[in-house]
Design a protein around this ligand. Structure first.
Ligand code: AMP
Length: 369
């Protein structure tokens, strides 16, 4: 186990395994391009070690150049891809083969494809040493892949965690065993969002509120936002398929997190089952589901007050609020049984001072963390 900044990483891929994959890629590409003089374009910074070993293994005439794009700050993909350096050579009419260290969601790749789409090249190919098929959601079919890997955060062999780890000869994987994953459960207005705000600070967790993600999308007028609005405005649940896919995206964007607080998800048995299966595929699990209990009449008063202050469309009148309680009682309440059967259900009194309630939650968390 090694420590980089605040995080522990465990050995994942040894040097020989990596070099064999690099050699194999160089051999495959040579087969296709030995009669041509391709330009290999390394994507900085992560690919420098791969490009170096790749070129040593590529035995035919070729040129090399680099581009620099950036989409990560720390461990988390920000979703922003910026070009920092362009290829200077005249690449018109040439065969260009991009050498990427890793392809995960495909955002950076899309930017590269766009960057070269106007360049009038003879051929354009992508070769990536590491590839995460589970999280890739781009359309471009990657031409050459060294090693397929599961969705975990990796460092070494050029890849970094906040700039450390690039010089390691082997690849290491983020150690997930100390992860805490919580579901905050409770009726609308029970204080899930408020408490999640405190817990995320206290335990260094990533807070995912599906309601917040929907509201963000509604505010920005995205397709997802437009679709969700019709349900949310009435106080109905958004269909499972939409919500589950959105949740998966949010988790995948944060593959570095020390753990998650799921707030407002799952809200149906289908969502709970999907969450369990999804987490299992990533070697993760829910540790506890904690319900904040509060009386409906108290909650109606709270929500109407919140509606006055925030302008939230679904907090404006009592009938919509009561409809949300009905949705909860019919579709979400059965999850108590679902999690009780797994021995993970805990109940906490949600009435009192905010700090008092945080203390009650911390006591439950102390039992399993
Ligand atoms: P919240 O902020 O959690 O109260 O969510 C506000 C609204 O977003 C809900 O009333 C639903 O319409 C929608 N929503 C949030 N989370 C989910 C979910 N897990 N499943 C379906 N709809 C959801």
């Amino acid at each position: 186990m090694i420590k980089l900044h605040d995080k522990l990483f465990k050995p994942f891929l040894g040097e020989t395994r990596i070099l064999n994959a690099v050699q194999k890629m160089a051999g495959d590409i040579a087969e296709d391009y030995k009669d041509d003089v391709p330009i290999f374009v390394g994507v900085l910074n992560g690919s420098f070690m791969f490009v170096s070993d790749f070129l040593k293994a590529y035995e035919y005439p070729c040129e090399v150049s680099f581009v620099k794009l950036s989409s990560y700050q720390g461990l988390t993909s920000t979703g922003i891809v910026e070009t920092l350096l362009d290829v200077s050579e005249n690449i018109e009419g040439r065969s260009v083969i991009i050498l990427e260290d890793i392809i995960d969601t495909g955002r950076t790749l899309q930017k590269l494809v766009n960057l070269f789409s106007g360049a009038n090249v003879k051929e354009f190919k992508i070769a990536s040493l590491f590839y995460k098929p589970d999280v890739y959601n781009g359309e471009y079919v990657i031409d050459y892949v060294g090693l397929e890997i599961p969705d975990s955060f990796i460092v070494g062999y050029g890849l970094d965690y906040k700039e450390l780890g690039r010089n390691l000869k082997e690849v290491y994987q983020l150690n997930q065993t100390n992860m805490i994953n919580l579901v905050l459960f409770g009726k609308p207005g029970a204080g899930k969002g408020t408490q999640a705000g405190f817990l995320k600070e206290k335990y260094g967790l990533k807070h995912i509120s599906t309601g917040d993600v929907f509201r963000f999308n509604m505010k920005n007028g995205t397709e997802l936002g437009k679709l969700a609005k019709s349900y949310i405005d009435k106080g109905d649940l958004v269909p499972d398929e939409v919500t589950i896919n959105m949740l998966k995206d949010e988790v995948e964007k944060n593959s570095d997190a020390a753990g998650f607080i799921f707030d407002g998800f799952p809200r149906t048995t289908a969502q709970a089952e999907a969450l369990d299966n999804f987490l299992e595929s990533k070697d993760m699990k829910i540790d506890a589901t904690i319900a904040l209990e509060a009386d409906e009449d108290v909650l109606v008063a709270r929500l109407l007050e919140r509606g006055r202050e925030s302008g939230r469309s679904d907090d404006q009148d009592e009938s919509k609020i009561r409809n949300r309680f009905d949705e909860y009682n019919q579709k979400t309440a059965p999850l108590k049984d679902y999690y009780s059967k797994q021995g993970k259900f805990h109940s906490v009194n949600g009435i009192g001072q905010i700090a008092e309630i945080t203390e009650r939650l911390a006591k439950v968390i102390a039992r399993f963390s």
